[in-house]
Write a protein that binds this ligand. Structure first.
Ligand code: AMP
Length: 469
């Protein structure tokens, strides 16, 4: 089936062809004709399947007729994170380039002033995170009684982040006669219940996850040798050593490195920097402008390693990401699929490495159960020994050196690498102090919601709790 068979306008087809897409993805094939017909959709699909275009393309055509009124958006798209919201807005730019639709983005962490001015003039599409939208609504900044299409994206993530009460409130003030498009990567009972409440006779569409556990991602499990449950510092040091060793032995063009806790994001980033790697962080404590700037630099290849938390990096669309490293095994198996699905996109090859130690077994088992595949064990020592060490090119900028050269010092040494260290950075002494489970736990709140978030929060594994006693 081609895009031309889906009932889209010539303008949208031209924008799609300008974007370089030749064929619709399965979710686009299935969803677009039904959205154009005005049907509700219950879509079980993840990011990476092309679901954003699956709802934005037909929405653009539906919106082409009619006009928005001041403060009364005609369509509303709810996204769990600012990054996803911003990405959807970008999609409207790309696919709506031959239309003149007005859109506003209401997300936490950035000043609302300009967006509210745009809203005042009338918008066709409002893309928002639930908390910030409700805030604005309750202050009388907008009216929702002209919303004709409601999109609830990543519903399971909304649930994890504690946004469902906000979503329910928002839905309660939107007209009952509307079209609702509801997407979720998974369909636990709670999400089903919401879908039943929000949707009328929906067309159910389910597409298999993207190639996240498919052929074009090579998955690797790297066992870190550490025995003492009480020595968490030792464990983290061994993990950092192993990570650097892996980065040194792999051809890393660019990589996301996932940590379960924000605190570890910072610590890991600092030690990577001390070792001369070109790293930056992305997590929920950063201001929106800082997050946007970091993402732009990463996408422009000015940053090689981005150490991040699940929430901040969820759904990020990065072209040609060569590697994903799981510094921590995700505590929820679905997060594993989301994390490694950042690489190996659009038919490219990707490599994913997950560092684990013996106490992570139950999480690894859960991942293997979910994906139905064993993650092959990767022997880092063998790999590193097989590859001769390359000298970094003399004049190469530090950014490039960071991933092209191998760490100079012996594995197990957490000290700076003099040869490639670009600036003399202070030792982050405090961060390296022994940590207690309670300390890990304290940092595990997402500032967007102030609530615990999945994969970084309340699920402190037994070994951490034991270690603190
Ligand atoms: P999404 O699942 O919406 O996050 O989309 C994942 C990626 O697929 C994005 O980079 C899109 O630009 C891209 N994409 C969406 N539809 C298509 C298509 N029909 N052909 C090729 N790439 C696509």
């Amino acid at each position: 089936m081609s895009f031309a068979d889906l009932g889209l306008s010539d303008e949208v087809l031209k924008a799609v062809s300008d974007a370089g897409y030749t064929d619709p993805t399965p979710i686009q094939e299935q969803a677009i004709p039904y959205v154009l017909m005005g049907r509700d959709i219950l879509g079980c699909a993840q990011t990476g399947t092309g679901k954003t275009a699956g709802f934005t393309l037909p929405m653009i055509d539906i919106l082409a007729s009619g006009r928005a009124r001041a403060r009364m958006p005609r369509t509303l798209i709810l996204e769990p994170t600012r990054e996803l919201a911003a990405q959807v807005a970008e999609n409207f730019e790309v696919y709506g380039k031959y239309h003149s639709l007005a859109k506003a983005l209401i997300i936490g962490g950035s000043s609302m002033g300009d967006q509210v001015k745009i809203l005042d003039r009338g918008v066709d599409v409002l893309i928002a995170t639930p908390g910030r939208l409700l805030d604005l609504f309750e202050r009388g900044g907008l009216l929702l009684n002209d919303v004709k299409i409601l999109v609830i994206d990543e519903a399971d993530r909304m649930l994890d982040m504690g946004f469902i009460p906000d979503v329910e409130k928002i839905v309660s003030v939107i007209p009952k006669i509307r079209q609702t498009l509801f997407f979720s990567a998974t369909m636990p009972n709670e999400i089903r219940r919401l879908a039943d409440a929000f949707l009328m006779n929906p067309k159910e569409i389910s597409v298999s996850p993207p190639a996240s556990t498919g052929e074009n991602i090579s998955q690797n499990l790297v066992m870190v040798d550490h025995q003492n449950k009480r020595d968490l510092d030792g464990l983290h040091k061994a993990k950092r050593d192993m990570l650097r060793k892996l980065i040194g032995s792999e051809k890393v063009k660019n990589a996301l490195i996932f940590c379960n806790r924000k605190r570890d994001v910072d610590i890991l980033h600092k030690t990577l920097k001390r070792h001369g790697f070109n790293s930056a962080t992305l997590h929920g404590d950063m201001s929106q402008p800082a997050r946007t700037e970091t993402m732009e630099r990463f996408k422009a290849d000015k940053i090689t390693l981005l150490v991040c938390s699940d929430v901040a990096a969820r759904g990020l669309d990065i072209n040609d990401l060569s590697h994903v490293f799981n510094y921590d095994v995700p505590l929820h198996a679905e997060d594993y699929v989301h994390r490694i699905g950042r690489t190996g996109r659009a038919g490219r090859l990707g490599r994913a490495f997950t560092l684990a130690w013996r106490e992570d077994k139950k999480y690894i088992d859960a991942i293997q159960h979910l994906t139905g595949k064993a993650i092959p064990i990767f022997n880092a020592d063998k790999k590193a020994a097989a590859k001769p060490e390359k000298k970094p090119a003399e004049k190469e900028p530090a950014e490039k050196v960071a991933t092209k050269s191998k760490p100079k010092q012996a594995v197990g040494d957490d000290k700076p690498r003099k040869a490639t260290r670009p600036v003399k950075a202070k030792k982050p002494k405090k961060a390296e102090q022994p940590k207690k489970a309670a300390e890990y736990h304290k940092a595990d709140r997402d500032v967007d919601s102030g609530k615990p978030v999945r994969g970084m929060g309340d699920h402190v594994p037994a070994f951490l709790s034991n270690g603190s006693k």
